[in-house]
Design a binder for this molecule. Structure first.
Ligand SMILES: Cc1ncc(COP(=O)(O)O)c(C=O)c1O
Length: 402
């Protein structure tokens, strides 16, 4: 089995969030949307899954597991999954961790919710770098706390960390946890080893635990290399690393994520309070993908690189004042359209209504999103080109209407 990344796969009638679930997620109930396109004609470039078939190695492993007819309660009892995953982390990032540190969750999102509950005392909370992945905020507000934010610095589309601010904010004893996103959604930055060392040193000095969400770590541009934060701090057990096969192999619906908790007390808390069961199909899919998905991932990365080049060339030609840099990682493009569109425009609504393109505007990313959009380019190049044609037309129509 190989994957033809150019194939357009109809996802209707599969309960796919990408095509059927956008309205509830992206808009409050009282926001009225006027679609100028038929629902089946919308181009979906929002939620972070891919329009491609999932990795064949995962599909084959699911099929093999289906040959056994019992799908009862399942946990990660034996060593087979650990062996497959740790071989992956060793090969991909030169990093290993102990068997007992590996816990399986039904996703990084549920893990974030659980970790706020387990790590933060009543008057404690988490900090993150903004703009940020929305669930960092939801996980904190769900537990009746306010997320602290440290704005990233940006120059010509390149994001860096404001270390002075990070130092100042982590010095507040109320900040117990840093939610680090590495590589970073939505900016696409893969933090350098020097940046990671500085983040770690600041946090440990201030007794702040780091939850390092590395879910996008396998989706780097060809030639780039991921360094897990924990690899740089082999003597610290104050880093909880979250990785998953969901982005890498397009398995988000399989509800399986790796939460690596080296500290025995923190692990005991997790074991006492988190839901212990996993999906048997999800576990099989993840193991199969880690064992046999390497070549497919290489082909995927090359295809994503090509799509990013198409995007960069189109923006340069059609919207030359858009600020965009091809990201180090992820399949998400983060494009500044402030030269064309006003700061108070809800971009998610604007592009849905005017272009028939579903994507997320800066307002969806906790804070400091600005007049930017996040476009998911993990789709056939023909779909990307159609989405871009519509986006460009909508921006040009806006320009002439004001
Ligand atoms: C940074 C980040 N963390 C977590 C998730 C979701 O994780 P999961 O599907 O394992 O719950 C996403 C999905 O977009 C993400 O971008």
């Amino acid at each position: 089995m190989t994957t033809n990344f150019d194939e357009i796969i109809d996802r209707s009638n599969t309960n796919a969030a990408a095509v059927e679930g956008f309205q509830d997620y992206l808009f409050d109930a009282d926001v009225e949307i006027t679609l100028n396109h038929a629902p089946e004609d919308l181009v979906s470039m929002w939620v972070a899954d891919m329009s491609f078939a999932s990795a064949p190695a995962a599909i084959a492993a699911i099929q093999k597991r289906l040959a056994h007819p019992v799908f009862g309660y399942t946990m990660n009892f034996d060593n087979a999954y650990y062996d497959a995953f740790v071989q992956w982390t060793q090969q991909q990032y030169g990093w290993q961790f102990a068997r007992e540190a590996l816990l399986i969750s039904s996703g990084v999102i549920p893990a974030l919710f659980d970790l706020v509950d387990q790590l933060c005392g009543v008057n404690e909370t988490a900090l993150t770098l903004t703009p940020a992945y929305g669930y960092f905020k939801h996980a904190v507000t769900h537990h009746h706390r306010e997320l602290r934010t440290s704005p990233l610095k940006v120059a010509d589309g390149h994001y860096t960390i404001d270390f002075e601010d990070l130092q100042r904010q982590t010095a507040d004893p109320a900040v117990r946890v840093l939610f680090l996103c590495h590589p970073h959604n939505p900016t696409g930055r893969s933090w350098t080893d020097a940046e990671l060392r500085q983040i770690g040193e600041i946090c440990f000095e201030n007794n702040v635990i780091i939850v390092s969400d590395e879910i996008h770590c396998d989706l780097l541009r060809v030639g780039k290399q991921h360094t897990p934060l924990a690899k740089l701090f082999p003597d610290s057990d104050q880093i909880i690393t979250c990785m998953a096969p969901s982005k890498t192999f397009n398995l988000a619906g399989m509800m399986t994520a790796n939460i690596i908790i080296p500290n025995p007390e923190l692990r005991a808390l997790w074991q006492a309070r988190s839901h212990p069961f996993v999906s048997p199909l999800g576990l099989a899919a993840a193991q199969g993908a880690y064992e046999n998905g390497h070549d497919w991932l290489q082909a995927l990365r090359a295809y994503l690189d090509k799509n990013f080049n198409v995007l960069a060339a189109t923006l340069k030609q059609e919207l030359p004042q858009a600020v965009f840099q091809i990201p180090d990682a992820t399949y998400l493009a983060w494009v500044d359209l402030s030269a064309y569109l006003p700061a108070d425009l809800n971009l998610t609504k604007f592009f849905l209504e005017e272009a028939g393109v579903i994507m997320e505007g800066g307002e969806m990313f906790v804070a400091d999103g600005g007049t930017r959009v996040r476009l998911n380019v993990a789709c056939p190049t023909s779909t990307l080109l159609e989405g871009l044609r519509r986006i460009v037309a909508a921006v040009n129509a806006y320009k002439t209407s004001v």
